[in-house]
Design a protein around this ligand. Structure first.
Ligand code: COA
Length: 393
């Protein structure tokens, strides 16, 4: 049976920072950010969006009356959760008006969470081919103003439905994974910003990639010649380039050219949005789908990495029903209608954090369908503008 990604949607707010402006403000050469880091723009997330609303704004694009009753599980990958007890998935379930006969779970292993969800979803659909699983990767990447990681911030959500006979990517059964308890990036419960040992993290990322790539080849007998493209977890897009370069010498000159071209396609959206943590690999996959020329049956390799650390190499082939036109149009419109912020405006948004007490937020600057309206009795209050009513939580 063929199982994989049937739909893949993305959401991030329309406010962004041009990283040339940030470079000037931080007294850096803009080429360090544009070329050295591989980022041009960065999504700026207002206080009226959290991991749940970002996810709802992404998932509402692919959940409708046709598939709502078929959804059996919501697997929510995040490392910017809003509640230490309840899963973000169960909040999302109500915003999307999903049926009650549903499993709702949050998955955490840094940026790897959505991949765990994807694989659990694959195995569930194998046993229940008439069902669908909604997999989410939703995060806000915060390192802090004036830190080396600042240029690699961002945020947003991807939402995927995993089904039998998928219309985008048919997942292969084989995958290779590797985990070790290390401290390359972490966020203690009392902190809003992540702590990172950036250079160490880059080295571990490459080591894990090489280890799982070798393991995968041993399991399957496949080599780089079997792949049309690779999509990488992209905390910043230069990281994926470093990953690809680690194995590129295994390919012929002609294949190297194709792989490099497709890598450029796969980082086009991420370069303009920044880091989404759990969703980054899947935004890159979406970028590849929309910006490369792909044909049925071609094999794509995916490298997922979550600091701390877990790495997995998985693969899939392009579905016979593959079509990316409507997504291309969505992104064209999205990028054309974004609002650029000055560095001072970005800093003000960054510093405006949700207090640890009841509050009513001004949502007038946030045009999303789902927004966070405030906190009442220590419970987050969400607004679904399509209903014109507050959903009390
Ligand atoms: N033109 C072009 N490239 C330039 C440049 C210029 N003027 N100036 C510097 N560069 C290059 C450097 O050579 C370097 O390239 P390399 O990585 O290929 O060696 C790159 O830009 C970054 O420069 P560096 O001085 O190392 O930057 P930094 O000390 O500010 O830190 C990170 C960069 C990525 C380590 C830092 O942003 C970080 O820690 N980010 C978070 C990473 C993360 O999230 N990791 C965990 C998830 S995997």
């Amino acid at each position: 049976m063929q199982i994989g990604i049937d739909q893949l949607a993305f959401y991030t707010p329309q406010t962004y920072l041009d990283l040339t402006d940030l470079a000037h403000a931080r007294d850096e050469d803009p080429d360090k950010y544009r070329i050295g880091i591989g980022q041009s723009e960065q999504a700026v997330i207002p206080v009226t969006q959290d991991a749940v609303t970002l996810a709802a704004n992404a998932a509402s694009q692919i959940i409708d009356q046709d598939n709502r009753q078929q959804i059996a599980m919501v697997l929510f990958g995040t490392e910017s959760g809003i509640d230490n007890s309840k899963s973000a998935a169960v909040y999302l379930k109500r915003l999307l008006n999903l049926p009650d006969n549903l499993r709702t779970v949050e998955l955490k292993q840094a940026c790897y969470g959505a991949t765990a969800g994807l694989q659990f979803a694959h195995d569930y659909v194998l046993l229940h081919p008439d069902k669908q699983v909604l997999v989410i990767g939703s995060d806000i990447a915060r390192y802090g103003l004036n830190t080396p990681g600042e240029v690699t911030q961002g945020g947003g959500a991807v939402a995927m439905t995993i089904t039998a006979d998928p219309r985008l990517l048919i997942l292969d059964d084989a995958s290779a994974f590797h985990s070790e308890d290390i401290m390359d990036f972490w966020r203690p419960l009392y902190r809003r910003e992540a702590l990172v040992d950036g250079r160490y993290s880059e080295n571990v990322y490459i080591d894990f990639f090489k280890a799982v790539w070798q393991d995968y080849q041993g399991q399957t007998g496949r080599s780089i010649a079997d792949f049309t493209a690779f999509a990488f977890h992209l905390p910043f897009t230069k990281m994926g380039l470093k990953g690809l370069r680690a194995i590129l010498p295994e390919a012929t000159a002609a294949q190297q050219e194709t792989l490099m071209q497709n890598f450029e396609a796969s980082r086009s959206y991420n370069r303009r949005v920044g880091n989404l943590y759990t969703g980054s690999l899947y935004l890159s996959l979406r970028s590849l789908f929309d910006n490369a020329t792909l044909h049925t049956g071609q094999r794509i390799g995916l490298f997922s990495y979550g600091s701390g650390a877990e790495g997995e190499f998985l693969s899939g082939t392009i579905s016979p029903e593959f079509d990316s036109k409507s997504s291309q149009q969505w992104f064209e419109h999205f990028f054309a209608s974004r609002k650029q912020l000055s560095v001072a405006e970005y800093e003000a948004v960054f510093n405006r954090q949700l207090p640890a007490h009841d509050v009513l937020l001004d949502t007038s600057d946030d045009d999303a369908r789902f927004v966070l309206k405030g906190i009442q009795h220590d419970q987050r209050q969400y607004l679904d503008r399509s209903k014109k009513a507050v959903t009390d939580q």
